[in-house]
Design a protein around this ligand. Structure first.
Ligand SMILES: Nc1nc2c(c(=O)[nH]1)N[C@H]1C(S)=C(S)[C@@H](COP(=O)(O)O)O[C@H]1N2
Ligand SMILES: [Mo]
Length: 533
């Protein structure tokens, strides 16, 4: 048998482990209560969501970029798991403490305060947004105090009586485990109930989006020229389907707005007639349909953060003119148009660019349907020729006219260039290194884009040999990408294929590689394929 000291040592270890378990269970109970309470307020007020959103807002650009590079589309999941892990560690420590000092349970309230502060400072939040965090804190503190009581019914200062302690601790542990299991079950239940309520809310919004019928465009994009589509296996389609269109944003939960309650404010410097438009106001205006390529400044050379869609929307310049805005070239006071979204993002575009006659849109439809929630329902901006981060505000609610001197938008504050014209780029879609072609004639094909400028020429070369001009699909509009193909007589062995595009200004893509920061990557997409014998 173990010595007395050994028993008490392992007893302490068990007590600590159970204390830690109690802390984690109490935190879980708190979060579950918070989730349930947030169903009564709004999903954004849920503590983990609020804290996560605050972290995204406060994180410096280098951290954001690292997270996107490392975790890609999983970055937000990783963030939430990270928050949960930090919370679990703190909760376990608090649980250990609470066994000895019951008052430590009140420490849960400190975490609640952090959550409440994050929640009320989110865009669109009211005082009630603090409630889910406070409910979470009170629930966690209560549960922790209760579990700690079960674990050590005798005051910690009482002299230890080995015989007594053995029996007391054993009974205490049984009571603790019963209470712990009850807590876990109750937490699980209220978590599921909270989720179900959120799902019911969002199902209602999904149904209201699905029930929307948008009017046909007054100015339809019209049929594509017959040669505007090359139909080749492995080549990106001319229009990128909505479900495979890339998605980039900082939203932890996709905002699901109600189109019937949506408003757009237009205000700020040089706005002679401030406007507030409803969704129906927008639909009643002239709607134009346009094919426009959207790309992300974070797209590496050869990357997939680019897509081409058929958008329907109202010309942004018309709305700005109606508000009395003039571009700087006509003596207007504001050179910076700051778009704000329902989730508090800000994206800034040059007023001159959006009013220079190009089809900058307040878009309501994407590829024949209302905007998907992920892509900005009910209204987003799309500006041909500007990277998404300086133009394509999703869940748009507010347009403010200001100056670049007076205001930095979200990404600009984080080291990205204030102005972001899209750089001319081209990509090889097929063949792929992972599926090398057989010897003989091979279609080397891809897309090239220089939105609003237009693509003039695409060339391909093999193993640093001479450049060969590729066949280009007909131009639908200079705002869209163009597909291209070049027939290659492939020979066995390892080969390097490289592409370069020349835009309508006569500028050819540089061979110099530069990183995506601060204003978009340069360089030529190059792939290596191993052609078998
Ligand atoms: N509200 C909001 N709008 C946003 C962003 C965002 O984070 N929040 N990201 C922008 C960026 S960086 C890009 S590249 C485009 C991407 O649009 P998509 O997700 O529809 O492809 O949206 C832009 N609009
Ligand atoms: Mo982007």
């Amino acid at each position: 048998m173990a010595s007395n000291g050994g028993v008490s040592g392992s007893g302490e270890r068990t007590e600590r482990a159970l204390g830690a378990l109690g802390g984690v269970l109490a935190a879980a109970a708190g979060l579950a209560a918070g989730e349930l309470a947030s169903a009564a307020v709004r999903p954004e007020a849920s503590p983990v969501t609020a804290v996560g959103a605050a972290v995204i807002t406060l994180a410096p650009g280098s951290v954001t970029k690292w997270a996107i590079d490392t975790f890609g589309a999983q970055d937000k999941l990783v963030l939430q798991l990270g928050i949960a892990a930090v919370l679990a560690l703190c909760a376990a420590a608090l649980g250990v403490l609470a066994v000895r000092r019951r008052a430590a349970a009140a420490g849960a309230l400190a975490f609640a305060a952090v959550g409440a502060f994050a929640a009320v400072t989110r865009p669109g939040a009211g005082p009630s947004d603090a409630a889910p965090s406070l409910v979470a804190g009170v629930a966690a503190a209560g549960v922790l105090a209760l579990l700690a009581t079960r674990l050590s019914p005798a005051p910690a200062s009482a002299p230890a009586n080995p015989a007594n302690q053995g029996g007391g601790a054993g009974a205490g542990r049984r009571r603790f485990l019963t209470a712990a299991a009850t807590t876990a079950a109750a937490s699980g239940g209220s978590w599921l109930l909270g989720r179900a309520l959120h799902t019911a809310d969002s199902a209602e919004l999904t149904a209201s989006r699905a029930a929307l019928t948008l009017p046909a465009a007054d100015a339809a994009a019209g049929p594509l020229p017959p040669g505007a589509r090359l139909d080749l296996p492995g080549l990106s389609s001319f229009h990128t389907p909505n479900d495979t269109f890339y998605r980039i944003d900082t939203a932890l939960r996709v905002p699901r707005l109600d189109a019937t309650r949506w408003r757009l404010r237009v205000h700020g410097a040089g706005v002679r007639r401030p406007l507030t438009l409803t969704f129906d106001d927008l639909l009643a205006r002239e709607l134009v349909e346009r094919d426009i390529t959207l790309s992300c400044v974070s797209n590496p050379v050869g990357g997939r953060l680019v897509g081409n869609a058929r958008w329907i929307g109202v010309r942004l310049a018309d709305v700005l003119r109606e508000a009395g805005v003039r571009p700087p070239s006509e003596g207007g006071r504001a050179d910076h148009l700051v778009a704000r979204s329902a989730d508090g993002m800000t994206l800034g575009s040059p007023v001159e660019t959006v009013m220079d006659g190009r089809d900058a849109l307040l878009a309501v439809a994407m590829n024949g349907e209302p905007l998907p929630f992920e892509h900005g329902f009910p209204v987003r901006m799309v500006v041909p020729g500007l990277y998404g981060y300086v133009s394509a505000c999703k869940w748009l609610e507010d347009l403010e006219l200001t100056t670049f001197d007076a205001y930095d938008a979200y990404w600009t504050e984080r080291g990205w260039a204030a102005r972001g014209p899209v750089k001319t780029q081209s990509r090889i879609d097929t063949p792929r290194p992972s599926a090398p072609p057989r010897p003989g004639e091979v279609a080397v094909a891809g897309v090239a884009w220089a939105p609003h400028t237009g693509i003039e020429r695409v060339e391909v070369r093999v193993d640093e040999g001479p450049w060969h001009e590729a066949e280009l699909a007909d131009e639908a509009t200079p705002d869209s990408w163009r597909q291209w193909v070049w027939r290659w007589e492939a020979t066995p062995g390892e080969h390097r294929l490289q592409v370069r595009a020349t835009d309508r200004t006569g500028t050819t893509q540089t061979d110099e590689d530069s990183s995506v920061l601060p204003d978009g990557a340069t360089g030529r997409h190059t792939i290596t394929v191993e052609v078998p014998d």
